[in-house]
Structures are given as C-alpha cells and as structure tokens.
Ligand binder design. Structure first.
Ligand code: PEP
Ligand code: MG
Length: 595
C-alpha cells in the first residue's frame, strides 16, 4: 500500500468506502470586494436580504428532508442554522458593514465569517471549532447564493460519491441524497459537532481532521475511506482495491454473524440471563430497526414525541402512540419515561424562562410536578395504553423521596379516575426511577422501598457526579464515563437494588459499549438498554462471556483508582472478544472503543 497517499485523520463514523471524491463548497479563495456608490447601498442591502431568505429557505428544505429520513431531532440543527441566519442583530451588523464601508454584500458577509472564526480560533477545544463551523456555515450558504454557486451543478446524475469538504457541517452531510453519499471526509470538524451526529445516524463512514486534504484532491479523484482507522487513501492501486474488497466482504460476514447472534438469547456461557433492551427515541425507530431481537424497550424517551409536534399532543394522540409501541413489542416490556424536558431538550411551543444553569434548573420531573396537568394527561394516556401490553413507567431527574411520593399520589388518582370512567387498565404497572442525580445514591434504600425498579441514566449521572456539562465541548475531555467515582456509584446502585430485591438496569449511552455492558453484568445489573444499532454487538459479548468472568473483571475495575486503570481492565475484555470474533467469523478486526 502506498503510504504517502494515505492521509491520517480521526474516525467519526465507522465503515469502508471507495469512490470518486466530490469536493463540496470548493469556495473560491477570494471573495470579490468592490465599492458600492452611496445611491446603490439600499439595493445592496436588499440583495443581502434576498440571499439570506433564499439560504434560509434552502435550510428549511433540508430540515424537512432530514426529518423525513432520520427524525426531527437530527433535523433540528437546520432550525438552529436558520435562527443563526435570521438573527436580527447579526443581520444588522452585516448591513452596517455594507453601509459604513460602502462595500458589496459578499465582502460584508465574508468579514462577518472572518470575525467569528478569528474569535473562536484562539480556543484549542475541538468542540469550539465545531461551533465556529455551525455559525459560519449558514452564512457561507448566503455567500454561495450571492455568488450564484449552484451546489448541484458539479455532481450529475445519480453517481455515488465521497464528499470532501473543509468542515464537517450538517450542510455537507445533507449535500446530496443519502443514497448518493458513500462517505464524508473533512479537513476540520469536531467529533461532537452536529455534522458528526448526523453522519453517525445516517450510517455514513466519516473521517475528520485530514490536514491539507482539499489541496491534494481533485473533483472525481478516486479515494478509499477507512472510517474505522480514520484514514483516506488517494488514488488506490489495484492491490489496495483488492484488499478493500476483501475487507468489505469480511465486514459483511461479521455483520451477518452478529445478526445471527442477535436473534439468540442473551445468556452467558455459564447460564446467566442478562436482558438487553433498546432505547427508543422516535416512533421511526420502530420501523427502522428489527426490534424482534430485543428483550423490550428499556427507555422510551417520550419528549421526542412532543418535540416532533407543533403543540402538546392530546391524551388521545398519546394513547394511540403508546398503544402502537406496546403492540409492536408484543408483550415484551415497554419502559415509558415521563416527559423529560428542560435544559437542552426544549419544546418549541413551551417557552421556559431563561436560566443561568439550565442543567441544574427546571427540568424533568421538576416541571412535571409543577405543571401537573402535563403529567396527568401523559399518565392517563399511558395507563389507558397499558391494557395492550407490558407497560412500565419511569420517572426522570428524581432528586428526593418526596417527589416520588408526589408522583405516586398523582398516579393513583389518575388510575382511579380511569377505572371509575370504565377504562381498561393493566392491574400492575410498575413505577421506577432514573438514578441520574447523585443525591439518590445516598438515599437508595429508602427510595427503593417506594419504587418497583431503578434504571441508571449515566449520561446525566456522569455530568452531575463529575460536575462536567455533558453538552459543553470545552470540558468534553473531562466527561469521563470510566472515572472510578462513576464505577463506585454504579456498584452502589446494583448492590442496593440487590439488597432490596428490585431490578436494576442502565440505560445511559455507556451501556452500548459492549465491554462496559459486560462490566455492568459483572457489577450485578439485570439489564442494559442500548441504541438498537448496538444490540447485536452487546448480545454477542454477553453470549461469549461467563458471568463469573464478568464479575471478576468488575472487581478488578472497582479496585482501580484512575480512569486509565479502569480502561485498561476493560481493554482486556475487548481484546478477548475481538480475538474470538476474528477466529469465529474470520471477521474484520473489531476496533470498538468505549463510547
Ligand atoms: C441519561 O441521562 O443517561 C438518560 C438515559 O437520559 P437522557 O440522555 O435522555 O437525559
Ligand atoms: Mg437523563
């Protein structure tokens, strides 16, 4: 393999691809600047406004397309970009540049982009650079309109291409229809950026951080993308292509074999059953993934159902949706989490006050207890649907025992009124809590006495335990799911649940990493709930491991005093499973990393 033609970057989404490069937004290096006479300034400002409208309209079109393909949540970034674009203060700023400097709209927009990029370039944080891209990208689209760059003019027909761009933005990922994109490769772009999130949910191999890529590419140049290793190879020769095809074949074999395991029971080699459930965010997930292989829905994030609407869904509407999920799961449990809005999950039609620390503010159960009508409507709909399957209710953001008692009182009232009204309601609807606020760790026995089960929300628990905002790229490196304190907290929950004789599971993202899932099994959890895409991998890991071994690993990990130590313990399980897969499937080596 010709090493000098390999550009090394950072893997954002796995997978392999081979095809012609298409350079997106190959922007001219020079944006023309000219003087605008006084009498033409108003017309120049109009030209700017029209371009903004046109770019905003294009964003609306993409938002709709992405919403239809992957869901409203991922499409939300285009709404954000529209907001950036239509921000009156920024628009006034650009218009003032036109008037004050008497220059054309293109030059004024470029000046804005330069100002923002410069302001954010000083920071070393990966995510801040992602923010810079999020800000500049919609304004670059305005430049394209002003300079009349037609995005479709270069790519013709329905050819499949590898998109190459300066930055990984949602615009790049949605530049063409999904089926025409083989991979996305960019010079810059954060792993946590919205573009990265989109690439992953589309399942497009993606590599970022490829320095000087664009200067080495031409339109149509054949490239080979390795999303697992995070590399791009320019002009692969016949040997490279043969190797690529062989690897592709091995990958397919692995996926097929894992798929076979996915349909088998998640029982360890020494006969211990560990339930593997899935997290469902949107009803679209029900049709996208084969859910027949899961043990149920461990987390139904109902807030996304609310987010996909223009107003609060009615009781009837919610009843129909919940019933549909229960019927689809055909008797397997469906854990419906009550509305968990606030912080980064906002409803467009429910304006909450601006808060200095929204993560510590009005969110989750705190809102539900204050705005009880919301909770009552949701519980009525859920309890009516309970007659059609195995429903469980899960409460988010629980901080104290009083909150649980408040909800129980409301729950009992709602149930009584439904029964009195002649509705059919399941006789047993377990109510559990999310363990995601550290206070709950210290009152677990008393909380457990009042609930039927617990589910650990590690996404939030880690942020509150380590005092690291889960959405702040500046501290992303400190958001460490393998911090020994996190492990101690997880062990404490499993132990308290065992002592109380109540089931415990983990539904935070970290459970989707198969080595971590084994650790949770070893700590004594009964179940994990993971994104559907990762179900086969987790089930395979469970089926290939002895529970006794998982327990031993957990004990070793608990003894570690640093994250590095915990990770090195996990690396051993990872390596063992990796070798097993290579031997069993003759498979493409698995390079799973903690998520
Ligand atoms: C969590 O906090 O781990 C969790 C599962 O909930 P969310 O990510 O929706 O806050
Ligand atoms: Mg949470």
């Amino acid at each position: 393999m010709a090493q000098h033609r390999i550009v090394k970057g950072i893997s954002v989404a796995p997978g392999l691809a081979l095809g012609p490069a298409h350079v997106v937004h190959a922007r001219p290096h020079v944006v023309p600047t000219w003087n605008v006479p006084e009498e033409d300034l108003a017309r120049e400002v109009d030209r700017l406004r029209e371009a903004i409208d046109q770019a905003a309209e294009e964003l609306r079109r993409r938002q709709k397309a992405v919403a239809a393909q992957v869901g409203e949540r991922d499409a939300g970034i285009f709404a954000l970009h529209r907001t950036i674009l239509t921000d009156p203060a920024t628009q006034r700023d650009v218009e003032a540049t036109i008037r004050d400097q008497r220059i054309n709209a293109e030059a004024a927009v470029q000046a804005l982009i330069d100002r923002v990029t410069k302001r954010l370039a000083g920071t070393a944080a990966e995510g801040m650079r992602g923010w810079s891209a999020d800000f500049s990208d919609p304004w670059r689209a305005v430049l394209d309109v002003l300079m009349q760059h037609d995005r479709e003019s270069i790519v013709q027909g329905d050819e499949q291409v590898i998109l190459a761009a300066a930055e990984l933005t949602p615009q790049v990922v949605t530049y063409l229809a999904r089926e025409r994109i083989l991979a996305v490769v960019t010079e810059a772009g954060g792993r946590f950026s919205h573009g990265a999130v989109l690439a992953r949910s589309f399942g497009i191999p993606c590599v970022v951080g490829l320095s000087n890529l664009l200067s080495r590419l031409e339109q149509g140049l054949r490239v080979l993308v390795d999303g697992d290793a995070g590399t791009v190879q320019l002009r692969p020769d016949q040997d490279d292509v043969d190797q690529f095809l062989a690897r592709l074949e091995r990958r397919k074999t692995r996926e097929k074999k894992l798929g076979l395991h996915a349909s088998l029971e998640p029982v360890t080699t020494d006969g211990h059953r560990f339930a593997v459930l899935v997290n469902v965010e949107s009803l679209r997930d029900l049709d996208t993934f084969p859910l027949q292989n899961c043990d149920g829905v461990g987390l139904l994030r109902t807030e996304f159902l609310y987010m996909e609407r223009q107003q609060f869904p009615s009781e009837e509407e919610q009843y129909r949706l919940y019933r549909r999920v229960l019927e689809r799961l055909a008797g397997r449990p469906v854990t419906l989490r009550t509305l968990d809005i606030g912080n980064d999950k906002q409803l467009p039609y429910f304006k909450t006050p601006r808060e200095a620390n929204p993560a510590l503010g009005w969110r989750g159960l705190r809102i539900a207890i204050e705005w009880q009508d919301l909770l009552r409507v949701q519980l009525r709909a859920a309890l009516r649907a309970s007659a059609h399957g195995d429903l469980r209710i899960l409460l988010p953001m629980v901080t104290s025992i009083e909150e649980v008692r408040d909800v129980h009182r409301i729950f009992d009232e709602v149930r009584r009124s439904l029964v009195d009204g002649g509705y059919d309601v399941a006789s047993d609807v377990p109510v559990g809590i999310m363990v995601e606020v550290p206070s709950t760790l210290f009152v677990l026995p008393s909380l457990l006495a009042e609930v039927d089960y617990v589910s650990v929300g590690t996404n939030d628990l880690v942020q509150y335990l380590l005092a690291v905002d889960r959405d702040n790229p500046l501290v992303a490196r400190l958001y460490d799911v393998h911090h020994p304190a996190v492990l101690q907290a997880l062990a404490r929950v499993a132990e308290a649940a065992r002592a109380a004789g109540k089931p415990a599971s983990v539904c935070g993202e970290m459970a989707g990493d198969y080595a971590t899932a084994l650790l949770l099994l070893g700590l004594g959890y009964d179940a994990v709930s993971v994104v559907p895409m990762l179900l086969p991998e987790v089930k395979y890991a469970v089926r290939e491991t002895a529970c006794a071994e998982a327990r031993e690993t957990a004990q070793l990990a608990l003894r570690e005093t640093t994250s590095e130590g915990v990770r090195s313990v996990l690396a051993k399980s990872r390596q063992r499973l990796h070798e097993r897969q290579v031997a069993e499937f003759a498979a493409e080596p698995h390079k799973g990393e903690p998520r």
